[in-house]
Write a protein that binds this ligand. Structure first.
Ligand code: SF4
Ligand code: URA
Length: 255
């Protein structure tokens, strides 16, 4: 085979390889663009790989076979496993980055969330957004869900049997998202997930292990609205998470 022929074959193989990767064989990018694109691709792949590795230790009770969060959402939307299904307007499944490193878990939808079908959109949600922003993140960087997906009437706490019926959905969400960090907002998610009946003041302030994720509980934003003096303690909790996540305080203070 002549050298020219071999070279032509090599070029063809290269073009085919490019086609496989990019979907087209003309990649009109500069050297720097290309490096940045490759770096972004690698970051994405590494994130997915890390997520897969975290999966090994995630919820034993989780159903296998979900391909996406939407698989779970579809089931939740028609769920009537507990009495809350009868009184809800909308199910409130969860919102945010499906590959989030950090997931917040509240207790259950309130009136605004029930009306809009999205968690933490009322006054407490506004404070939660501020808390997330103070960490140098935005709502779309994290994932937000609740222990129960339907509103308990009159904003009461979910009953233990309601939480128990709904928990498998949260476990399946965790299995799909595989966050490295979990932040429980208030006593209801902290007690239900840690299976401890202690006051939030005792459960907060330090990390627990939750199926391989670093779990930290803090005060619920609704509690902080009623007791602004507790915000300083809650901020300490968030800084613990920021420190572990390697996030810098956006206001330039040391974490
Ligand atoms: Fe189903 Fe959960 Fe709604 Fe109860 S709260 S009906 S278990 S989705
Ligand atoms: N409180 C919660 O615990 N969850 C919400 O989604 C809203 C308010």
């Amino acid at each position: 085979m002549s050298v020219v022929y071999i070279q032509a074959l090599r070029n063809l193989a290269l073009r085919l390889e490019t086609l496989k990767i990019h979907g087209h064989d003309q990649v009109a990018v500069t050297g720097d663009d290309w490096k940045n694109q490759m770096r972004a691709k690698l970051n994405k792949l590494n994130k997915k790989k890390a997520a897969r590795e975290r999966s090994a230790s995630m919820p034993a009770g989780a159903k296998v076979g979900d391909n996406s969060l939407d698989d779970i959402r579809v089931e939740v939307e028609k769920c009537q496993k507990c009495a809350l299904g009868k009184t809800r307007i909308n199910t409130v499944f969860g919102v945010g980055d499906p590959n989030a490193r950090l997931m917040f878990i509240g207790e259950g939808p309130g009136a605004d969330e029930d009306r809009l079908g999205e968690p933490f959109v009322g006054r407490a949600g506004k404070l939660l957004n501020d808390m997330i922003q103070a960490m140098g993140l935005s709502r779309s960087d994290v994932y937000i869900a609740n222990i129960v997906k339907c509103r308990p009437p009159g904003n009461r706490d979910p009953l233990p049997e309601e939480a128990a019926q709904c928990m498998p959905y949260l476990m399946r969400q965790l299995k799909m998202i595989r966050p490295e960090f979990l932040c429980a907002l208030g006593a209801v998610p902290a007690r239900n997930l840690l299976e401890k009946n202690e006051p939030i003041g005792k459960l907060r302030g330090s990390f627990h292990d939750f199926m391989g994720a670093k779990f930290l509980a803090t005060y619920h934003p609704s509690y902080l609205l009623r007791n602004p003096a507790a915000k300083a303690e809650s901020w300490k909790d968030l800084r613990l998470i920021m420190n572990e996540m390697g996030l810098k305080d956006p206001r330039g203070k040391n974490v």
